[in-house]
Design a protein around this ligand. Structure first.
Ligand code: ZN
Length: 286
């Protein structure tokens, strides 16, 4: 999930959702999503048939977007195309169905039992659910960051790996999400920067509860996790960050830190504390 912080034209084919359900989609073009996505999209539409009665479908390079209007679906498919290319560069290719219901309440219904109040989008297994109101309030850059973040979750199977540390799951998704955004660190981590300037830098990495909807330090938790993954990538290299994530999926984060970075979590946390203060503290000379 990603909160409120925070293209190119694409070749997309628009077909009504009803046609998708009726298996009558035209053959894919070279840029179209792989046909393995079509059965998934059909199954998703059938889960809530009433919700998608007026929906339209846009096909991106590796996504199928089910939305409320041709223009909206095509726009989101274009954002997803670019997001998917960023994810592919760092992690590997990702296929997903992107669901854009008409209302926030419908987005919550699709994401249940997860609580998504205040989130612009949510990643499930093979799918991304977009809250149309939250997503609609984002800037163009914000939309790009959010979809890249969520597609990273889909690529890494985050919805299936509940025992991974939240700082690594969310921090990695934000690492990929902000990679091509071109935003200054102090802009992305504005809330955390305020705490650092006030003389209260973070001591420990955020736990799972701090990423829950309604957490008082929700923004700071994401920023702390993002900066940890950015720190790992800068100190050890991006391939090592990716290697850490993959190894953590296999053998848990403690063994993964030892095997991929030669570090313990307390040792890495100490380096991260200094990095956060260096990145967000008072600018030298001011
Ligand atoms: Zn997330």
């Amino acid at each position: 999930m990603l909160g409120m912080r925070a293209h190119a034209r694409s070749r997309t084919a628009l077909v009504p959702a009803a046609v998708l359900v009726a298996f009558a989609v035209a053959g894919p073009t070279s840029a179209a999503a792989p046909d393995t996505l079509l059965p998934t999209a059909r199954a998703i539409v059938r889960e809530h048939p009433g919700m998608w009665a007026q929906a339209v479908v846009a096909r991106g390079e590796r996504t199928i977007v089910i939305g409320r209007s041709a223009r909206q679906a095509a726009e989101i498919a274009a954002v997803a195309d670019r997001a998917g290319r960023t994810v592919a560069r760092v992690w590997g290719p990702v296929d997903a169905v992107v669901l854009v219901p008409a209302t926030e309440a419908q987005a919550a219904e699709l994401a249940a039992p997860a609580h998504v109040e205040g989130f612009a989008a949510f990643a499930g297994v093979g799918r991304v659910i977009v809250d149309p109101s939250g997503f609609g309030r984002l800037s163009r850059t914000g939309r790009q960051v959010v979809l890249t973040h969520e597609l990273t979750h889909v690529a890494t199977g985050a919805a299936l790996t509940g025992d991974m540390p939240a700082w690594l799951v969310e921090g990695f998704a934000d690492y990929v999400g902000y990679l091509d955004a071109g935003l200054p660190v102090r802009t992305v981590a504005a809330e955390l920067a305020e705490e650092v300037r006030a003389g209260t830098p973070p001591r420990e990495l955020p736990g799972r509860a701090e990423f829950q909807s309604g957490s008082v330090r929700l923004a700071q938790a994401y920023e702390e996790a993002w900066l940890m993954c950015r720190y790992i990538a800068e100190r050890f290299g991006e391939p090592e960050l990716v290697g850490l994530y993959r190894a953590s999926l296999r053998s848990g984060v403690t063994a993964a830190l030892r095997d991929t970075l030669g570090m313990t979590l307390p040792g890495l946390t100490e380096g991260w504390r200094d990095y956060v203060v260096r990145q967000l503290g008072p600018v030298a000379g001011s």
